[in-house]
Ligand binder design. Structure first.
Ligand code: ADP
Length: 553
């Protein structure tokens, strides 16, 4: 019945824990793991960063174009009208703007006026060649294409795109260096004639100044704090950078964006420095899994601890309720005996003096048992409340042990026990006499209670290696090894039917341990079921006490 009740309590506890904690926690862990798996499968982490990178590139391109337009607009505003177009007026446009390599103005009647930065023309042969080539190309191209070109420019203008732009490769040795050409319509108010004006960015200026500076600017503006990224710009058909931000470490860009409007033919690229998004994604997933694993372990540990604590509390509550019934039982028996014998005495019907003596003796012993039990309970409650105080005095342990045993000897022998004591001389010690006597009484009492057929009690007191040992030995029922530590816990009683039938509160040994520990010693048990038990109290010899005693002697 009792077993069934305990089993039910246990099941209820497990069910409560499972429903209230394990299920939601497991659901959370499994959902998170599934989510992580999905992120891993769909490269969700990389995709999110790529999206972010894409947005950064779009904003950066806008800002770069905006700056490009500012430069071109500035030149355009300074452009001469169709009738004033000559080398001087165009050279003036160039002189104030080192970012321009060439400017031109084309009108079908007057032809092409093409001018290049004069100071570079003089000393740079390649630039000279570039100038010649471009001016020829423009001439050849604009003669037949002027009308179509003008139409295209007007169409773009209507769409809000102020320039017709195309890339050009400026020859530099074997290679070509990027520059962009931007053209616009230049109407002449006077006769409604419209010329086509154009500017060509200086290739070196773009490579060495404009893009490096713009890349730094857009990065400082567009990257959020802590966000790590590097950018570069490269010609669409080539992978090496035309210009790169500080920290560009080569490798494949994560996201690219083709530029339009001001710098067609160029591609803006971004990546994380020193690693790839894939590696970061893998690391993210790995760390997340590890954190999830760690959390699950913590959760499992917490659950285990909670389960153990709750089980312990339940066991303690059970022990307490057993204790109450045990103590009531223990109180009731001597009380009813005392009452019975006292009533008999009161009636005065006993016929011999010996009978009277016997009854007085029983009443005394039973009240002694009651006092011992109540003392144990009082001591226990003081210890629990942290109010137990010890009165240490120099004591002759031999005398203390002998006196304590003496009052028990009669009882021991009356129960048919063989009693042996071997009490060696030991140095005087500082102990609380009453507490120490109570410990001995508890141990001897247990030896009496838990012996069946082989009735033997032995008590030894001796000195060994700077310590005094007190042994209480019986040949009784013994204690299984897995119970030997637990018996020192409060309320604990071995779940053996033999023990169950014996009265007890489960407090005796916990008191013994507390008292012995308060004296700086320890109590251990050596026992085997059916073989008997040996409880040993080891107390350290108080060096100061010995010394002072020797001096007085
Ligand atoms: P109790 O009041 O139950 O005797 P104790 O704290 O003195 O409480 O002992 C705890 C338990 O240890 C006992 O219930 C018993 O199961 C076991 N025990 C103690 N002493 C002995 C002994 N000498 N032989 C066998 N079992 C013992």
């Amino acid at each position: 019945m009792k077993l069934k009740r305990r089993w039910n309590e246990r099941t209820r506890l497990i069910l409560t824990l499972e429903l209230a904690v394990v299920l939601p926690a497991a659901a959370l862990v499994i959902l998170s793991a599934l989510h992580l798996k999905q992120v891993q499968r769909e490269h969700g982490f990389e995709a999110a960063i790529q999206r972010e990178f894409g947005q950064i590139l779009a904003i950066s391109e806008k800002q770069i174009n905006h700056r490009g337009y500012e430069l071109v607009d500035d030149a355009r505003n300074d452009f001469p009208g169709v009738h004033e177009a000559c080398s001087d007026t165009l050279d003036r446009v160039l002189a104030a703007r080192p970012y321009l390599a060439h400017v031109f103005l084309y009108d079908p009647e007057r032809g092409l006026v093409f001018r290049s930065q004069p100071h570079r023309l003089k000393k740079d042969e390649q630039f000279h060649a570039e100038s010649e080539e471009l001016s020829n190309m423009m001439q050849k191209w604009l003669d037949p294409e002027y009308k179509d070109m003008l139409q295209s420019i007007t169409k773009l203008d209507k769409r809000g795109i102020p320039y017709y732009a195309f890339p050009n490769g400026a020859p530099r040795g074997e290679k070509h260096l990027y520059q962009s050409v931007l053209m616009f319509a230049k109407p002449d108010g006077a006769d409604g004639h419209t010329a086509i004006g154009g500017i060509i960015f200086d290739a070196e200026y773009l490579r060495d100044h404009f893009f490096p500076e713009m890349l730094e600017t857009v990065m400082s503006r567009n990257l959020s704090e802590g966000q790590k990224a590097v950018m570069m710009v490269h010609p669409k058909s080539e992978s090496y950078p035309l210009a790169a931000s500080a920290g560009w470490d080569g490798g494949v860009p994560e996201v690219e964006r083709n530029m339009d409007y001001v710098f067609p033919g160029l591609t803006l690229a971004i990546k994380t420095p020193g690693t790839t998004l894939e590696a970061i994604g893998q690391r993210f997933v790995r760390t997340s899994f590890m954190i999830l694993g760690g959390l699950s372990l913590l959760l499992a540990g917490g659950l285990l601890l909670t389960y153990r604590n709750v089980s312990k509390e339940m066991a303690l509550a059970r022990l307490k309720s057993d204790f109450v019934s045990n103590v009531s039982h223990e109180l009731r028996t001597p009380l009813s005996l005392i009452r019975l014998y006292a009533e008999t005495l009161e009636m005065g019907r006993l016929n011999s003096q010996e009978k009277y003596q016997e009854y007085y003796c029983i009443i005394r012993k039973e009240s002694e048992r009651l006092s011992a039990l109540i003392n144990n309970i009082l001591d226990f409650s003081r210890i629990e409340a942290g109010r137990k105080e010890y009165d240490f005095r120099d004591t002759d342990m031999r005398e203390l042990v002998r006196n304590t045993l003496e009052s028990y000897r009669y009882q021991i022998e009356q129960h048919g026990f063989t009693f042996e004591e071997k009490i060696d001389p030991v140095p005087p010690m500082r102990v609380d006499r009453e507490a120490m006597a109570r410990s001995i009484v508890n141990l001897v009492n247990n030896a009496l209670k838990y012996s069946q057929d082989r009735k033997y009690i032995g008590v030894n007191l001796y000195r060994e290696n700077g310590a005094v040992k007190l042994e209480v030995i019986d040949h009784g029922i013994g204690i299984p090894s897995q119970e030997q530590q637990k018996i020192f816990e409060k309320f604990y009683r071995v779940g053996d039917p033999l023990v169950h039938n014996t009265k007890g509160s489960g407090l005796g040994l916990s008191l013994v341990r507390h008292i012995v520990q308060a004296h700086g010693g320890e109590v251990i048990v050596d026992s085997a079921p059916g073989q008997g038990s040996k409880f040993t109290i080891t107390l350290p010899v108080n060096a100061a006490a010995i010394a002072s005693n020797a001096a007085t002697a």
